[in-house]
Design a protein around this ligand. Structure first.
Ligand SMILES: Cc1cc2nc3c(=O)[nH]c(=O)nc-3n(C[C@H](O)[C@H](O)[C@H](O)COP(=O)(O)OP(=O)(O)OC[C@H]3O[C@@H](n4cnc5c(N)ncnc54)[C@H](O)[C@@H]3O)c2cc1C
Length: 549
């Protein structure tokens, strides 16, 4: 993973193969994309302070897990310092590194994690579990003034599927496994977890559990909170182990307390998760709706119906226009088809092309199941004025979804911050929530005197509501620090979430980025309970202190 941005070295987003994109960005942000105006500092120019690690503590860690797995390498410490939220990227690029971990350790087994915990507590050091480092909620960074030694516990060597109980459709999996390695091991035996967040390639099972993550196919498979049946966690009081039963009445759920705990209760070493047979067929179809209210109504009706698609996703008109602008060079045949479709939509269906909304709906299972689902959904879509536009937009989206994260670095290279905020709310509040957020973001752009863009999609539908996912970008004014301007926009959006009765985050966690809205979301006594839990389990505040509350 790059220390200053997303993904692998050598992979980057470009507008060169997308003929409409440069014009689109110029029109909406006033940004000329031709030249890079900003670059991350060179690694060699960064000031990386010496680690604060006594010889005794180093020796104890080496004895616990072997000296080759105890690292104070400067690049290692830098990569483990933060996640990938916009604030992390901007400060890393500028060389404002904050409080780096002093040492990175890589345990390879449960007893090694326990040994690291013992050594750390004896030395009164801070332990920060590290999965893939992809969180966007400030869940990894240590507080600036932390004087104790900081140990980053990289779980990457614990990456095995230990066992599959085929009768129960449960797999025991080590928590440090990255998405692709997990699916590779499960697929080899005909199974899948079905958890595909956009960060899939670089995030881990332990990180998903510790942040309550959601994947694109959650409508079928569930969020990670549904998928996780049992957990094994090394805590200061010893190893916590819950049973992989389908349901239990054993007081407040300890398993649920671990979900979303962001390293504050211990180090998750293993989880037992639901697995499903790899589906015979997987289809993602594109649909167009005349407007956002009609699209929202269709998604609600699909959730209420007997249909059970694996993906329901619909973009508002602003995101639809952005999607069209990121299309790669179309062939002549594609251009003719898309012209014919535009004519048909305008003349025969009375669509306003500026207001229409693009949707992807996915189906998985046997051929018969997929065919029946498509029929059910097709009827609902047409009753809301929508129409199916076939497989190619969905296939394209499916292929490029893991590349899209690179766009943030591309915009930062041109001086423009871009970020996301996501929430969930009951169906009855979604339209109002959407209207309020769009208005709040635009007001924030106006107050700052900047050109900005905000767009949204609905993803993850549930019985009673859905997730709304907003993406925004703006061209900073140069009158203030870019992060101060970013804070104004981000805070306007987050505040609107909680004011509208929605949650501060549907799947990106609290960390430090969203902690200021926690009390409004959970109420005062909710925060008191969380504090009591963290203080009770970790009286010395050694485990990732300062996150969540
Ligand atoms: C471009 C991009 C796209 C994203 N898309 C999605 C998406 O579609 N869905 C989604 O849910 N999220 C998404 N995220 C957010 C992020 O990927 C998730 O929060 C993910 O779950 C973090 O996993 P990780 O392994 O990278 O954890 P890290 O970032 O390494 O850690 C996150 C938190 O979990 C703790 N932790 C990690 N491993 C353990 C462990 N074994 N035991 C205890 N605590 C642990 C850490 O201490 C930290 O507090 C995206 C992020 C980016 C940058």
């Amino acid at each position: 993973m790059k220390w200053w941005g997303w993904g692998d070295e050598g992979i980057a987003f470009t507008h060169r193969d997308k003929p409409a994109l440069a014009r689109f960005i110029k029109r909406h942000l006033g940004l000329d994309v031709e030249g890079r105006t900003s670059r991350p500092m060179a690694f060699g120019d960064l000031h990386i302070p010496e680690p604060s690690l006594t010889p005794d503590l180093r020796a104890a860690l080496e004895e616990a897990i072997g000296d080759e797995r105890v690292s104070t390498d400067p690049l290692d410490r830098l990569v483990h310092a933060r996640g990938k939220c916009l604030r992390d990227l901007v400060r890393h690029r500028r060389g404002e590194l904050g409080r780096l971990p002093d040492v990175v350790v890589r345990p390879a087994a449960q007893d090694e994690v326990s040994a690291v915990m013992r050594v750390a507590l004896e030395a009164d050091a801070v332990l920060i579990p590290f999965g893939g480092g992809t969180n966007i909620s400030g869940s990894l960074e240590a507080a600036d003034g932390e004087e104790r030694t900081i140990i980053s516990v990289d779980m990457g060597l614990m990456d095995r599927v230990v066992d599959i109980d085929e009768d129960s459709r449960l797999a025991r999996v080590e928590a440090g496994v990255l998405g692709p390695r997990l699916e590779e091991q499960l697929n080899a035996r005909g199974w899948t977890l079905g958890h595909f967040p956009d960060s899939f390639t670089h995030s881990t099972l332990g990180g998903w559990i510790a942040t309550r993550s959601s994947g694109m196919q959650s409508d079928k498979y569930g969020d990670v909170a549904d998928l996780t049946r049992a957990v094994r966690v090394v805590t200061p009081a010893g190893t916590l182990s819950t049973r992989p039963v389908p349901h239990a009445s054993t007081g407040p759920s300890v398993r649920e307390m671990v979900l979303g705990s962001e390293g504050r209760l211990g180090i998750i070493t293993e989880a037992t998760v639901h697995v499903h047979r790899v589906p015979e067929q997987r289809v993602i179809l594109g649909y167009l709706f005349p407007s956002w209210p009609e699209a929202l109504a269709a998604m609600r009706e699909i959730a209420e119906s007997e249909a059970s698609p694996s993906v329901t996703r619909v973009s508002d008109s602003w995101e639809t226009q952005f999607s069209f602008a990121t299309r790669k060079d179309p062939s002549l045949l594609d251009r003719l088809k898309s012209k014919a479709l535009s004519e048909y939509l305008k003349r025969r269906r009375d669509f306003d092309l500026e207001a229409m909304c693009l949707s992807f709906i996915g189906y998985e299972g046997s051929k018969d199941h997929v065919a029946a689902q498509r029929k059910l959904v097709g009827r609902i879509v047409s009753s809301h004025g929508g129409l199916c536009v076939g497989r190619s937009p969905g296939e394209l989206y499916d292929q490029k979804k893991f590349d899209t994260p690179y766009i943030r670095d591309y915009l930062l290279d041109r001086g423009a911050p871009a970020d996301v905020s996501e929430t969930s709310a009951p169906w009855s509040r979604l339209q109002k929530l959407y209207d309020n957020v769009i208005a709040a973001a635009r007001r924030a752009f106006d107050d700052l005197g900047v050109r900005g863009y905000i767009m949204c999609h609905l993803s993850h539908s549930y019985h009673s509501g859905a997730c709304l996912y907003f993406t925004f970008a703006f061209k900073p004014s140069d009158r203030r620090d870019v992060l101060d301007e970013y804070d104004v926009v981000k805070a306007a959006i987050q505040q609107t979430f909680v004011d509208a009765g929605a949650t501060l985050s549907h799947h990106h966690a609290v960390g430090t980025e969203h902690a200021q809205w926690l009390e409004e979301d959970l109420s005062g006594p909710g925060v008191v309970m969380l504090k009591a839990l963290f203080e009770g389990v970790d009286p010395g505040a050694n485990l990732n202190p300062g996150k969540i509350v």
